[in-house]
Design a protein around this ligand. Structure first.
Ligand code: HEM
Length: 534
């Protein structure tokens, strides 16, 4: 009897303890952060227990979809580039209601949504390690990112940045352009073959998968010295992993409580299984590259890992994690964003034949005029119109929808005291489409590459590659990769929008065309005779 009573009392006190813990992490702790912000006059929608404003976000999204504010569909020649209300209706509605700085919560995670230029500017200039990457959904995304450069913070991040960034400096990228041209030739030749096989001079084509294959091939060859086949296997799996970890029924309760063992969801197990397969493939690559110095990113990571304590040239377990996690991070960071930007860029050039002609003339003058050279790094740098077209594409369709940070200690930004733990979200397209920052009126939502002709936009107005110390380290590489692809495509084809194209920007970790980009490609006679072309 005594034993039963004691057991019942122990169980009761365990339940009380768990209840008190849950009350603290799910409500009390976030409420303290919200109160801190409210005292500074920062407003926002009222959160409810336990999911914060998640239900509001879903109802805003449903209303936008029901009202066809989705930006989807297409009337004659009328494509709306401003997708903010369609893709992020909750942010837009709250911004109108509460102003450019407001707070909201997802579960127990408190967000500070900031589009006030002075705060964004200060964030762009901040290099303190106290401003880290947001830990939102970190456990769910762990199989995809591990402890690699994209999500790590503090000294671990600084070490990885120091190692990886030099591999993407302009002098390194310069030596990669020939490999990029090889990959782009595979793509344009395959499109030409398909047109020839169709018996005509033009082809209606969904371009997205082909461009992804190009992007995958470029990273495989340049960074990892790997074959197309192995690179493609890794990419296909990382893409599957990305879909698995971004399913909307993510383990939010597990994230909120930190008790992931209580919520073993099928998606979590599937992600870890996939992760095991990606890891094995990457370690195969490491094995193949182990003996020689390929002069690429993988060799640099291996050198560092071995120097870090793998005895007798062996890569120790922690060092192995370091290499695997960072390979996955680079594949993820460099693949999708570049491919999606290239697809949006071709969509915009299809809509604007005058810019297409201008860029084609410029490419032919830079490469073909000089005796039929394929584009090299100096030639790419001379292509001003192409640069402006890519910059304008990144303004209208920035792959990264938000720049996200977390205050790892209390800090002050633009006079706002941000308590430790708060996630700061800067909505990139809100700034990119701000009528005051971009020339007033409807002009901000129009495609006009000439706006980049003379002046650099101010720090707080243009953030396609992010901000401050965490800014994208692959931007020179990405610009070269995009220019190589676009110059080869435009030399060989005229592009027009397919009648089947449906304009459908959607957010899936990055903003991409939900129904793909469909174009009509028509062969043009090129003046270029480089690399086997007539
Ligand atoms: C058009 C193509 C690309 C776009 C739009 C883009 C955009 C971005 C953005 C917005 C960030 C976050 C910056 C921040 O939080 O402030 C980022 C980070 C990063 N990007 Fe890119 N990126 C592109 C291509 C690439 C490529 C090709 C690579 C490498 C091969 C790359 C590697 C990285 C890495 C490693 C980071 C993390 C940097 C850090 O946290 O220190 N990106 N990128």
């Amino acid at each position: 009897m005594v034993v039963v009573v004691a057991a019942a009392m122990a169980a009761a006190s365990l339940c009380c303890g768990v209840a008190a813990y849950l009350y603290y992490v799910l409500w009390l702790a976030p409420e303290r952060l919200r109160a801190h912000l409210r005292r500074q006059g920062i407003g926002g929608p009222t959160p409810s227990f336990p999911y914060g404003n998640l239900a509001d976000m879903r109802s805003h999204a449903a209303a936008a979809a029901g009202g066809k504010a989705t930006g989807e569909g297409r009337q004659e020649g009328d494509i709306v580039h401003d997708y903010r209300q369609a893709v992020f209706p909750f942010y837009e509605n709250w911004r109108k209601q509460y102003g450019p700085v407001f707070t909201y919560s997802v579960g127990n995670m408190v967000f500070l949504h900031v589009s006030r230029p002075d705060i964004v500017r200060e964030l762009s200039l901040c290099v303190s390690l106290d401003l880290g990457k947001s830990s939102y959904m970190k456990a769910t995304h762990q199989p995809l990112f591990g402890e690699g450069i994209l999500k790590s913070n503090g000294n671990a991040w600084a070490h990885q940045r120091k190692l990886i960034a030099p591999e993407f400096f302009p002098d390194k990228v310069k030596g990669m352009v020939d490999l990029m041209v090889d990959s782009a030739q595979v793509l344009v030749s395959s499109w030409e073959d398909r047109i020839d096989r169709s018996g005509g001079n033009a082809l209606d084509l969904m371009i997205d998968d082909d461009i992804r294959a190009y992007s995958a091939d470029v990273i495989s060859r340049t960074c990892f010295g790997s074959s197309y086949v192995k690179g493609k296997q890794i990419f296909d799996m990382i893409r599957e992993l990305q879909k698995t970890v971004s399913t909307k029924k993510q383990n939010l309760l597990a994230e909120m409580t930190g008790l992931s063992f209580l919520f073993p969801k099928a998606s979590g197990r599937a992600a870890w299984r996939l992760n095991g397969r990606v890891r094995a493939l990457i370690l195969d690559l490491v094995g193949e590259n182990g003996e020689e110095d390929g002069g690429n990113l993988l060799s640099a990571m291996l050198r560092s890992a071995r120097g870090g304590g793998g005895g007798g040239g062996e890569v120790a377990a922690a060092a192995e994690d370091f290499v695997v996690d960072n390979c996955k991070n680079i594949y993820f960071a460099g693949y999708e964003s570049t491919a999606v930007t290239a697809a949006w860029c071709l969509m915009l050039l299809a809509l604007h034949p005058e810019w297409q002609d201008r860029v084609r003339d410029e490419v032919q003058a830079a490469c073909c005029g000089g005796g039929g050279r394929s584009p090299d790094f100096p030639a790419l740098q001379k292509m001003k119109n192409l640069t402006m077209v890519i910059q304008e594409t990144l303004r209208l369709y920035p792959a990264g929808a938000v720049v996200s940070r977390q205050a790892l200690r209390e800090l002050s930004l633009g006079g706002v005291r941000v308590p430790r733990g708060v996630n700061i979200y800067v909505p990139v397209s809100t700034l990119h489409l701000d009528a005051e920052l971009w020339g007033g009126g409807a002009g901000a939502a129009e495609f006009d590459p000439a706006r980049f002709a003379d002046a650099r936009p101010p720090l707080h107005a243009y953030l396609p590659f992010g901000a401050g110390a965490r800014t994208c380290l692959g931007q020179t590489f990405a610009m070269a990769e995009l220019k190589v692809l676009l110059s080869l495509v435009l030399c060989r084809f005229e592009v027009a929008l397919s009648p089947e194209y449906v304009h459908s920007p959607a957010h899936k970790l990055i903003v991409e065309a939900e129904h793909g980009v469909r174009l009509v490609l028509k062969k043009v006679r090129s003046k270029c005779d480089w690399a086997g072309f007539d």
